[in-house]
Design a protein. Structure first.
Length: 532
């Protein structure tokens, strides 16, 4: 039910007091529909406490978020972040409420609504990567990660909009736009970009349309939208979270990860998502390295004595961003951290060409496999290219498909060009990059800029990135976590911690300690444009 979320039909929960105006009615933060939302900034722990006390049910919580989506996403600011509602969400909530009444609580995610990016298979809903070509593609079974979350007790609330094909269609794309879902807007300043490709997940959680959401990343697609939407985002080590049932770009770099308003919530969701999947080629390496409880690493004193390297190479593109970062470094020092400054990467920006070659090869191979296995309406990348040409007014309205065409021109994964590029990219980003720097200075982690503040959305010229520091971990396949650090003219700015493979627990510790000390997150104000 793309973009048809039953606006007023879902606003029946009287205690939420959120109302519902006419379709498209403009509402702002001063409107009672915003002020009266009972679960504003509510954490998973808050919600579980209420459900345990019997003052809240999962059904009431799901209904409240459905109401909120109708008022904020479909009307009001019209964030355009939710592309589809799960028609079975309330039934799933009822089943979990019944289990709770009968004495079964599956864990901290029991009854908690989760939004899932629209490139992840979830039975009963479309999985389209935002493309009209797959608007009728309904997978018959859940992706492994969705099955994991359901088993942990999560309610799949719906699917979120994204940058079409996870931002891997054009070199001039606009983040947050898809031909199926339209343009997602940043809830802090509506004419600013939410970043991509997990734009809908970022905007939705920031605006309190769900407790938490799932994003996916190849290079920056969790960290960037989390940072510009004032969120915590975790990109796990490749293999911690299964990729089977996710529309792919790169088997070398792809991963799903949690997006949340707090480190604690991100840790809880990561625990529900993680697991060994025999269908994922990274599973053998991940065996024995996935933690049983990521929440056990929520240590407020974790910065005391921690050795953290400062990657200054991602500073310097904006003085106001630098000022926020310097304040963040001072907060870490005051908390007892030992900063090695600078601790720059010897291979900074040297892996981009090899990475792009790897992505082109792996995208064609992986996408063709996914389409064929899932009996999608179009079975190959070549067929999708032709679909886009035939439907150019709707699909190619703002930008082209030159990346698609470059990928289609590539050969099989046995090509020498691919094999050499994969070795080169991993070596430069991981062995001679992150790992070498950590070892040289005996560091627990690296810290740097996540990304600059959100830029104005411009479908004609595309995105306007000033700078970012997340790419090395993405290409290396190692973990990173962003956490809010402050703002520039009301636009959130985050820092990113990066560590060696399988160090999610330690990074969660550092991010949590920083979050608790700084309390930098501020809820969005839904400004129409940047305040003067």
């Amino acid at each position: 039910m793309s973009r048809t979320l039953g606006r007023c039909a879902v606003v029946t929960l009287m205690f939420a007091l959120v109302g519902c105006g006419s379709p498209g009615e403009r509402r702002g933060p001063a409107d009672p529909a915003f002020r009266a939302f009972l679960f504003e900034e509510a954490t998973i722990a808050d919600l579980q406490e209420q459900m345990a006390a019997g003052t809240l049910t999962s059904r009431k919580l799901v209904q409240a978020y459905l109401n909120r989506i109708a008022v904020v996403d479909q009307a009001g600011p019209t964030l355009n972040s939710v592309i589809e509602i799960n028609p079975d969400a309330l039934a799933e909530a009822d089943r979990l409420d019944r289990e709770r009444r009968e004495g079964t609580v599956r864990g901290p995610m029991h009854g908690i609504p989760v939004l899932v990016k629209d490139n992840i298979d979830a039975a009963g809903m479309v999985n389209s990567a935002g493309s009209l070509a797959l608007a009728d593609h309904r997978p018959k079974q859940d992706a492994f990660v969705v099955a994991q979350m359901r088993e942990a007790g999560a309610v799949i609330l719906g699917k979120t909009n994204l940058s079409e094909w996870a931002n891997f269609r054009s070199t001039r794309s606009t983040s947050g736009w898809s031909s199926r879902g339209g343009q997602t807007r940043n809830p802090y300043v509506l004419d600013r970009n939410p970043c991509g490709s997990s734009s809908g997940s970022g905007a939705a959680v920031a605006a309190n349309l769900a407790a938490v959401a799932v994003g996916t990343e190849t290079d920056g697609s969790i960290i960037c939208p989390a940072a510009v939407n004032g969120l915590v985002g975790i990109k796990p080590t490749v293999g911690v979270v299964s990729r089977s049932g996710i529309i792919p770009i790169s088997i070398s770099q792809d991963t799903a990860g949690p997006m949340a308003r707090t480190v604690a919530d991100a840790a809880v969701l990561l625990g529900a998502m993680a697991g060994i999947d025999p269908r994922d080629p990274a599973a053998p390496e991940a065996a024995g390295k996935i933690l049983a409880d990521y929440s056990s690493h929520l240590r407020a004193d974790a910065l005391d004595g921690a050795r953290i390297g400062v990657v200054r190479q991602a500073f310097g593109f904006h003085p106001d961003v630098d000022a926020v970062l310097e304040q963040a470094l001072s907060a870490m020092t005051e908390a007892g951290a030992i900063l090695v400054d600078p601790a720059d990467l010897a291979t900074h920006r040297q892996f981009g060409e090899a990475e792009f070659t790897v992505l082109l090869y792996e995208f064609k191979h992986g996408l063709n496999e996914y389409l064929a296995a899932g009996k999608a309406p179009y079975g190959t990348l070549a067929e999708l290219i032709e679909y886009n040409r035939t439907h150019a007014p709707a699909v190619l309205r703002w930008f082209g498909q030159e990346i698609f065409e470059l990928a289609e021109a590539k050969g099989p994964l046995t090509d020498r060009e691919y094999l050499e590029a994969r070795i080169e990219a991993r070596k430069l980003a991981r062995t001679e990059g992150i790992e070498a720097t950590l070892k040289a200075h005996n560091l627990d982690a690296l810290v740097t800029t996540a990304v600059g503040p959100a830029w104005p959305t411009d479908p004609v010229n595309g995105d306007h990135f000033l700078g970012a520091g997340y790419s090395a971990a993405a290409v290396a396949g190692t973990p990173s976590i962003t956490v809010p650090a402050g703002d520039v003219h009301t636009l959130p700015v985050g820092i990113v911690f990066m560590g060696p493979a399988w160090s999610e627990g330690r990074l969660i510790e550092l991010a949590y300690a920083f979050e608790q000390r700084t309390q930098a997150r501020r809820p969005p104000a839904f400004h129409p444009t940047l305040p003067q």
